[in-house]
Design a binder for this molecule. Structure first.
Ligand code: GUN
Length: 292
């Protein structure tokens, strides 16, 4: 079993991005600028946004955080989005989800100019991705395909089982892995809460992508010998032995599954770090005009 090390991979990619920023500077061009909008006090969101801002600094991007209270109105959020759409200094921006309940996430996502949608959540980017056209790929699926690519993991003709059908992970990764070319050409099964005999489906998988948001969901006896396991889960479970009172576990029972697989992503230190790195890759593309 080999660990798919999101930390080392992120560092490698960040070094490449820093080099590209240095080259832009040398040519007298502007450096990429990412803005993150954070509404409310969601603890996990605060950690994620802080990590995105810190990562920008590491590679020499300009970054800005816009923070507002949980009682901010939908109209105020839409107004922030409109201003960011129009600001020529801003290459890309994200509105961290989840938003407080009184704000319609779909409406906010649709208001984002797709040319600055470095989260790849806008239906224009999703549709372009599905058709294989240049698009901002959603950060987590983009991070996963980079892991597969940079570890040279074979995908052509493999049975891939995706567990979870969310708009931001399960559904887009199932599309990307079934697309023509590398890393793709998989035969993909997209499973979810209504799937009959989920364990039997997962047992057929050469590549498993677990993105259901349930701690330790994928069991040891669900996994075929030699499978590649990508664990997207970042679940907080109580742990009184930790100072914070919790620890992070994935959607895969790592202890039971790891000995059976050829490759597995750890949690933490796997897909999560690559998600942030993929956001940086998208922000560079937004700045250089590689996609639009
Ligand atoms: N919430 C959980 N993941 C994400 C993400 O990738 N982007 C945004 N904007 N919100 C999230």
């Amino acid at each position: 079993m080999q660990l798919l090390d999101g930390k080392v991979l992120s560092q490698t990619i960040k070094a490449e991005l820093a080099l590209e920023v240095a080259q832009l500077r040398e040519k007298g061009m502007k450096v990429p600028h990412l803005v993150a909008v954070l509404i409310g006090e969601n603890a996990a969101s605060q950690v994620y946004v802080a990590s995105k801002i810190k990562s920008c600094e590491e590679v020499g991007f300009k970054s800005t955080m816009i923070r507002r209270d949980a009682d901010t109105t939908e109209e105020e959020v839409l107004d922030i989005v409109r201003k960011l759409n129009e600001d020529p200094d801003v290459d890309g921006f994200i509105v961290q989800l989840p938003l407080p309940k009184h704000i319609n996430e779909e409406k906010v996502t649709l208001a984002i100019d797709h040319r600055k949608d470095v989260d790849g959540f806008h239906p224009i980017n999703f549709g372009r991705m599905a058709q294989g056209l240049p698009a901002f790929l959603p950060a987590t699926p983009y991070g996963i395909v980079e892991i597969l690519r940079r570890y040279n993991i074979e995908t052509s003709g493999k049975n891939c089982v995706v567990v979870g059908r969310s708009n931001i992970v399960g559904t887009p990764i199932s599309i990307l892995l079934s697309r023509k070319g590398y890393p793709g050409d998989c035969t993909v099964t997209l499973t979810h809460s209504r799937t009959k005999d989920l364990a039997a489906e997962v047992r057929r998988a050469d590549i498993i992508v677990a993105a259901i948001g349930i701690p330790n969901f994928v069991q040891g006896d669900w996994v075929k010998e030699g499978a590649v396991v990508i664990d997207v889960g970042i679940n907080r479970i109580e742990d009184p032995s930790k100072k914070s009172g919790f620890r992070l576990v994935g959607d895969v029972d790592f202890e039971a599954v790891a000995p059976k697989c050829s490759y597995i992503t750890p949690v933490p230190g796997g897909v999560g770090l690559m998600t942030v790195t993929a956001l940086l890759m998208n922000t560079l593309k937004a700045c250089t005009g590689e996609i639009y």
